[in-house]
Ligand binder design. Sequence first.
Ligand SMILES: NC(=O)c1ccc[n+]([C@@H]2O[C@H](COP(=O)([O-])OP(=O)(O)OC[C@H]3O[C@@H](n4cnc5c(N)ncnc54)[C@H](O)[C@@H]3O)[C@@H](O)[C@H]2O)c1
Length: 263
Amino acid sequence: MSDRLKNKVAIVTGAGSRGPGLGNGKATAILFARAGARVLCVDQVLERAEETVELIRGEGGEAAAFAADVTHAVACDAMVQAAVARWGGLDVLHNNVGIESRKDLLDTPEDEWDRVLAVDLKSMFLATRAAVPAMVARGGGSVVCVSSVAALRGHGRTAYAAAKAGVIGFVRSVAVQLGARGVRVNAIAPGAVWTPMVESLGPEARERRRRATVLGTEGSGWDVAWGAVYLASDEARWVTGQTLVIDGGVTLTTRGGTQGATR
Ligand SMILES: NC(=O)c1ccc[n+]([C@@H]2O[C@H](COP(=O)([O-])OP(=O)(O)OC[C@H]3O[C@@H](n4cnc5c(N)ncnc54)[C@H](O)[C@@H]3O)[C@@H](O)[C@H]2O)c1
């Protein structure tokens, strides 16, 4: 346990994991609690959020589960109200929810484009819009949005890359709007971390993703979560509108540009 987020109230969206193992959202909720935050673990599947809450409580941390589909404004408002009602305010919003799409332009159906843009980008707009008034009422806060290196490199994943690049544009725009009100807004762009989200790529892709990094090692949800702790904390009090790339160095190289190599 540490004091880096002591007395802070945080929401983590997508705080469960879609399968066994550790997703970025789950790892972030756990590290937030270890840093002293009270964490509302939000997931559209309540049992997944409850699993994370159990892990946190098992370590002596404070957390509660909340079921919400963050592609809906009403659900985002309810999620913020739940945190405020339970703990008296809100300091941190970690927008982690995201789904992948691995299709090229000509193969992407319109409904898949719409779904990916709704889950990966619109959810961040709705959740942030719901959270900001509560943060301003406290004198400020921190919003962290999970993008991807797919936003920064040429990739075959059309809808995913577009949505994740949109997240970076959203963060820069909103950071300028909210700075004077004490709300910082930043993005994290993870590289090819191994989480349940990419489990279906299989062992060969896993090895290719590891080799594509400059460091030659595999990243995990913990690597992303440590970046989130920093951005959420007062240590980052002078940091806003930025994109923190956590990728083992893959964006420094021309490696890993093929399908399935990076996310
Ligand atoms: N794994 C990687 O290599 C990688 C790389 C870059 C970025 N990312 C990003 O990391 C984030 C995902 O992280 P994760 O590992 O926690 O993923 P995950 O797939 O384990 O998802 C976490 C949870 O999000 C929930 N969820 C999905 N849609 C939701 C919605 N509309 N409302 C509420 N909950 C919803 C799921 O039920 C799941 O439990 C995404 O934004 C993803 O794009 C991952």
